[in-house]
Design a protein around this ligand. Structure first.
Ligand SMILES: Cc1cc2nc3c(=O)[nH]c(=O)nc-3n(C[C@H](O)[C@H](O)[C@H](O)COP(=O)(O)O)c2cc1C
Length: 336
């Protein structure tokens, strides 16, 4: 009998407690919208009651407004999409004066995503926004693959991540969530570095660097040679990275990559995530995040699981499978 079928007798869906904690932040459920895929949140308020979601992660904001990359910025791929938006955003001043007050009216739980080319820029953002009452937590985007400076490659260094987290941590009383790139040798190293520097939680993962070539014109299908791959195509990759990160640190990990339904979300929770984010699926179905909340509740109820928090990390990897390939490396290192 499968493990899932051993849980117990079905209970009414309304009895399922979906609340989760991310550091000092209490979320009503584990479903968040992913940065850059839900605008600043208010654009979707006519489609989804934002109070039904665990929270929304806003588009990454930088100190100065950014126009983003030249077109073409989006290309479809098998099972996913490539984007090269390049952190287009309204900048700190407008984010604070226009976007945050609107989100406060809508009573959404707001996680503000901040990005910067340098540690100084991130510090400037947290000094300005750190105590904003309308922001419940910050997600620090250490992982954008689409910008020349301050992108995922710059933040792939564990020592740089740790030093930056140490500098940022005292600048806000709110939880700080470090968003990691999957394109590193071993995500456990970057995960542990952020934890050591004082991160309260991690998001695993951002998009994977990908490419698509139009052979007839011998040109990239994007304005740049590469972009970030997201959507169903990356779910197994993201799930594995999330599982590795969650087992490497003691802080909560938020899963991101290819979630499009309640069962996808629960796979991430079983793998060790405390919560999930939904990105690309929103472009296909704007109200998907609310549906995922309902589907998670239904599945847990039908398996007699009264608290989603109890479901976290319930997937036990078969010992022989472990968290390869990193485990294979460890075994090799252990050899005399
Ligand atoms: C069009 C687009 C724009 C994005 N912009 C951002 C961004 O500004 N900041 C960020 O941290 N992640 C950004 N992401 C990454 C998503 O937040 C998410 O981590 C990634 O797409 C994987 O999840 P998904 O497969 O559910 O889309 C963007 C993704 C897409 C598709």
């Amino acid at each position: 009998m499968s493990r899932a079928r051993e849980w117990g007798r079905a209970i009414p869906p309304r009895r399922v407690d979906l609340s989760v904690r991310i550091g000092s932040l209490e979320l009503r459920n584990p479903v968040l919208t992913a940065s850059g895929t839900f605008g600043y949140g208010d654009e979707y308020a006519h489609v989804v009651d934002l109070r039904r979601l665990g929270g929304i992660v806003t588009k990454t904001v930088t100190v100065r407004p950014r126009p983003g990359n030249a077109p073409t910025r989006i290309a479809e791929t098998a099972g996913g999409m490539l984007n090269s938006i390049g952190l287009e955003n309204v900048g700190l001043a407008r984010f604070r004066s226009e976007k945050l007050p609107r989100l406060a009216e809508l009573k959404a739980t707001v996680i503000a995503s901040v990005g910067g080319e340098t540690e100084d820029e991130l510090a400037e953002l947290l000094e300005a926004l750190g105590a904003e009452p309308g922001v419940a937590a910050f997600e620090i985007n250490f992982s954008c693959p689409n910008v020349a400076a301050g992108g995922a490659r710059y933040w792939a260094s564990p020592s740089r991540l740790e030093a930056t987290m140490r500098r940022l941590r005292p600048l806000s009383p709110r939880p700080l969530i470090a968003k990691l790139s999957p394109d590193v040798t071993d995500i456990r190293d970057t995960a542990r570095a952020c934890e050591a520097g004082g991160a309260d939680a991690l998001t695993a993962v951002n998009t994977f660097v990908g490419m698509s070539i139009d052979l007839d014109r011998m040109r990239s299908r994007l304005g740049r040679a590469t972009g970030g791959l997201s959507g169903p195509a990356i779910k197994p990759l993201a799930l594995a990275r999330c599982h590795e990160a969650a087992h490497a640190v003691g802080i909560p990990v938020i899963g991101s990559g290819g979630v499009a339904g309640g069962r996808d979300a629960l796979e991430f929770i079983a793998a060790g995530a405390a919560a999930v984010q939904i990105g690309t699926a929103t472009f296909v179905e704007p109200g998907v995040a609310a549906r995922v909340v309902d589907e998670m509740r239904e599945w847990l109820a039908s398996h007699g699981i009264a608290r989603v928090a109890d479901f976290r990390g319930t997937f036990a990897a078969p010992a022989a499978q472990g968290c390869a390939p990193a485990d294979a490396r460890e075994l090799a290192e252990d050899r005399p």
